[in-house]
Design a protein around this ligand. Structure first.
Ligand code: 5AD
Ligand code: SF4
Length: 450
């Protein structure tokens, strides 16, 4: 039995790496003739790309898969039973244990086994039994399977996989393995192919792109990757994620010299307290971080910074939290992803005893979110009255008469769709928008061109 007449859907939790892996799963299944559908109800095969960075995503997966038993197979399905496949970080962490915990799951695959997924599903379709493949590590950077991009004009391009940093709270190094860099020639080849394909925006991906190349012959560095990909004719270049301890002068300099490199940087700080940063094994101080921000702004004054912050790391005191609050006030972030600390088994931080009441942590979190909101709004207000280039993504989900797009600084922009304009023509193009209003989460204005 092949994939003819089989419908599938891919559900993604977590980070951009997972979203990209999902695009590859779609590409592989489509190449084999499977038909993409949008809901579990219509799907014969459901693939989950999972995340275990925090407990919430973990629990959501188990809840969703268990309740799927109540959703009958679509009428006309050639199967007797829906095939459920679990991959990504939970697949890697729990392996075949998942079959015991969730008895409607028939395929489990690890973070290094993406390419085996079609074969595993095919075996399950044929014999209805359980199939799992979980490799401990990747021998080399995985080859490049077909990809079906959600937005045809924007592509993720992985340059490293894995992580060697072992931040004390983080499970990623245990489920994504040691860091491996992709050869520079392969990256450039893929970037050139994407540009020829009409892609306007590439986001280079890795758990820590700044340490790219340490494991490669000749040790090409991340600045070389930026230079090479930035010279392919790509219109917009971005990257994620950056560890502050490895962000070099050369990389920061590219924001001034590479026109394709967009003036936006995600630089997770996690905490503003040096004591907590040390306990997190982050290997930089708040002073070092502030120094980076100053240099980045010297080189690229308009740069928009975003960050990740963990509130309530075990042992965090009010004073530690105030140091984080102070750092956020000093930097002025366009966007902050704030997380309440979530204990992950087998990480060093899980052994630290902590009695901080939940309400205290929630109160800190709320204070931080408030500050971030005020700050982001004030920063966005500075763009009112400006004409900016917006990469149009489509119509707003809530209101079809409004279009949505992204500025170079990665702000979301809304604008009315001019009468008699077909959104399909604008989608995936860069257009000028005059910014008239700004809130904490988005800008709005009027489309000038087109
Ligand atoms: N608890 C809360 N947040 C976490 N992150 C990683 N591990 C944890 C954890 N155990 C956050 C970090 C990281 C982001 C992707 O997720 O802020 O940068
Ligand atoms: Fe996790 Fe730290 Fe690696 Fe980021 S750098 S993936 S936070 S261990």
């Amino acid at each position: 039995m092949g994939f003819e007449g089989i419908t599938y859907t891919v559900l993604t939790f977590g980070c951009q790496m997972n979203k990209h892996d999902s695009e590859r799963v779609r590409g592989m299944l489509e190449a084999l003739g499977a038909i993409s559908v949008d809901s579990i109800e219509e799907a014969d095969v459901v693939v989950y790309m999972t995340c275990c960075v925090r407990e919430a995503a973990d629990m959501r997966l188990f809840g969703q898969v268990a309740s799927m038993k109540n959703i009958p197979l679509r009428e006309g399905s050639p199967l007797h039973k829906r095939i459920v496949a679990i991959g990504g970080c939970i697949g890697q962490r729990d392996g075949e244990e998942l079959f015991k915990r969730l008895n409607n799951v028939s395929v489990v695959f690890g973070t290094h086994n993406l390419a085996s997924l079609p074969g595993l599903i095919e075996s399950a379709l044929e014999d209805g039994s359980l199939h799992a493949e979980i490799k401990d590590s990747a021998e080399s950077f995985p080859s490049d399977p077909p990809t079906s991009r959600e937005m045809p004009w924007a592509a993720w391009l992985p340059i490293t996989i894995g992580c060697n940093n072992f931040c004390s709270y983080c499970i990623v190094p245990y489920v994504r393995g040691r860091e491996k860099s992709r050869p520079l020639e392969d990256i450039v080849q893929e970037a050139e192919r994407l540009v020829n394909d009409g892609v306007l925006e590439i986001t280079l991906l890795g758990q820590n792109v700044n340490s790219y190349g340490r494991d490669l012959y000749g040790k090409p560095r991340f600045a070389d990757v930026l230079e090479a990909v930035g010279s392919t004719g790509i219109k917009r270049l971005r990257f994620a994620t950056s560890h502050p301890k490895d962000l070099t002068e050369e990389v920061m300099g590219k924001f001034a010299t590479l026109p394709a490199l967009m003036p936006a940087l995600h630089l997770p700080v996690q905490s503003g307290s040096d004591r907590i940063l040390q306990a997190m094994n982050r290997r930089y101080t708040s002073g070092h971080y502030l120094g980076l921000v100053e240099k980045l702004r010297q080189k690229c004054p308009e740069i928009a910074l975003s960050t990740d912050i963990i509130v309530g790391f075990p042992g965090e005191t009010e004073q530690d939290f105030l140091a984080t609050y102070d750092l956020v006030e000093k930097v002025g972030f366009h966007q902050v992803f704030s997380f309440i600390y979530s204990k992950r088994e087998h990480t060093p931080a899980a052994r630290i005893v902590d009695n901080t009441p939940r309400e205290t942590i929630q109160d800190r979190f709320d204070r931080l979110v408030k500050l971030v909101e005020t700050q982001a709004e004030a920063l966005n207000q500075k763009d009112c009255g400006k004409n900016v280039d917006v990469l149009i993504e489509g119509a707003s989900k809530k209101d079809e008469t409004r279009l949505v797009g992204k500025t170079p600084k990665h702000q979301t922009v809304h604008a009315p769709l001019p009468p008699q304009t077909d959104i399909a023509v604008l989608r995936g193009t860069i257009q000028q928008v005059r910014i008239e209003k700004a809130g904490p989460w988005y800008l709005s204005g009027t489309l000038l061109s087109a």
